[in-house]
Ligand binder design. Structure first.
Ligand SMILES: NC(=O)c1ccc[n+]([C@@H]2O[C@H](COP(=O)([O-])OP(=O)(O)OC[C@H]3O[C@@H](n4cnc5c(N)ncnc54)[C@H](OP(=O)(O)O)[C@@H]3O)[C@@H](O)[C@H]2O)c1
Length: 294
């Protein structure tokens, strides 16, 4: 099996490359300088030349706030580049595994979203993911779209590093108890991606869209309290930095948002079980502080 990882320097990509290396699986993870998804012709040429069995795309526009101010840039990356990547994979006979997001949903459901729920994105970023997914459906039948809930890692920008950074900077951590999700470590996502790659390399007819999130949903405020308890082993945290409930800021009516995904279909099709995120969180916080040491 020959794997091509796009976005290999990112939060999920780094973990995936490490795992592929540990498992002695042949892979390429070109830097953006060598393979830029925005250069459609080059992407097509490289995939035709390298002939990977599986392309795993972890690259994408991911900043929900910025996306509302630069929608065309977001659509270009998550819809147009993905469409052209799907064409390139299909032409070269490669299967495509594409990361997508809970943001394709409106977050209004009480229970975790399943693959049967109809996407109804509220914002530009979710809309761009949903349009990208549809492009893949039309252009590359041998695909798996993996929708994820909240990604957490010891590096990069995510809910946990944002909290740890605010503790480091002596600032209060603003959170919202109305926002619920399933924190999923990048290590866990890499495990799932590898399991998918191994199973589709056996040419099973399992193409389509799947959800994965770690077990145990939690709200943002409670997650911040747990992260704070872990962080207090490494740094002194003042009372003024305790997690703040931002949900009732003046003029900012923060409605309930449910980012939880139901992973049952993935479990039944591939035998991939959801793992709890709490044990991974302790290691993640330790790694964050170790990486800060001179
Ligand atoms: N964070 C979450 O909670 C969450 C939840 C669900 C889904 N997701 C999605 O999961 C995906 C991966 O997330 P992540 O946190 O691992 O992302 P990340 O850390 O931002 O990494 C993205 C990687 O993609 C590369 N890249 C960006 N533009 C590119 C281009 N035009 N051509 C080639 N490579 C390009 C980046 O390269 P450089 O290193 O050169 O910048 C980087 O290595 C994203 O699509 C994200 O939206 C995230």
């Amino acid at each position: 099996m020959e794997v091509l990882v796009i976005g290999g320097a990112g939060q999920i990509g780094q973990e995936l490359c490490q795992l592929l290396q540990d498992e002695d699986i042949s892979y390429r993870a070109p830097s953006r300088d060598l393979l830029d998804l925005e250069d459609h012709k080059n992407v097509k040429q490289l995939i035709a030349e390298w002939k990977p069995d599986i392309v795993i795309n972890t690259a994408g526009y991911r900043d929900a706030g910025h996306a509302n101010y630069e929608p065309s840039r977001c659509y270009k990356m998550n819809r147009d580049c993905v469409a052209s990547l799907a064409d390139a994979c299909n032409a070269a006979g490669a299967a495509l595994i594409q990361i997508s997001s809970w943001r394709v949903f409106d977050g209004d459901k009480k229970d975790a979203f399943t693959e049967k729920d109809t996407p109804n994105p509220k914002e530009v970023l979710g809309g761009s993911f949903w349009l990208g997914e549809q492009q893949i459906h039309q252009r590359c039948p041998r695909h798996i779209i993996l929708r994820l809930s909240w990604i957490i890692s010891s590096r990069g920008y995510n809910r946990v590093t944002r909290l740890l950074d605010s503790f480091e900077e002596g600032k209060p951590a603003g959170t919202c108890p109305n926002h619920r999700g399933c924190p999923t470590t990048t290590e866990d996502v890499a495990r799932v991606l590898l399991a998918l790659a191994l199973q589709i390399s056996c040419d099973l007819n399992v193409w389509g869209t799947y959800h994965y999130s770690a077990a145990e949903p939690i709200d943002e405020y409670s997650l911040a309290e747990i992260v704070l308890a872990e962080a207090s082993q490494y740094v002194n945290i003042q009372e003024s930095q305790l997690p703040v409930d931002d949900s009732e800021k003046e003029g900012d009516t923060q409605s309930e948002i449910n980012a939880c995904l139901n992973s049952t279909r993935l479990q039944h099709t591939f035998g991939i079980m959801s793992r709890p995120w709490r044990s991974g969180l302790a290691r993640l916080v330790r790694n964050y502080y170790q990486s800060k040491q001179p």
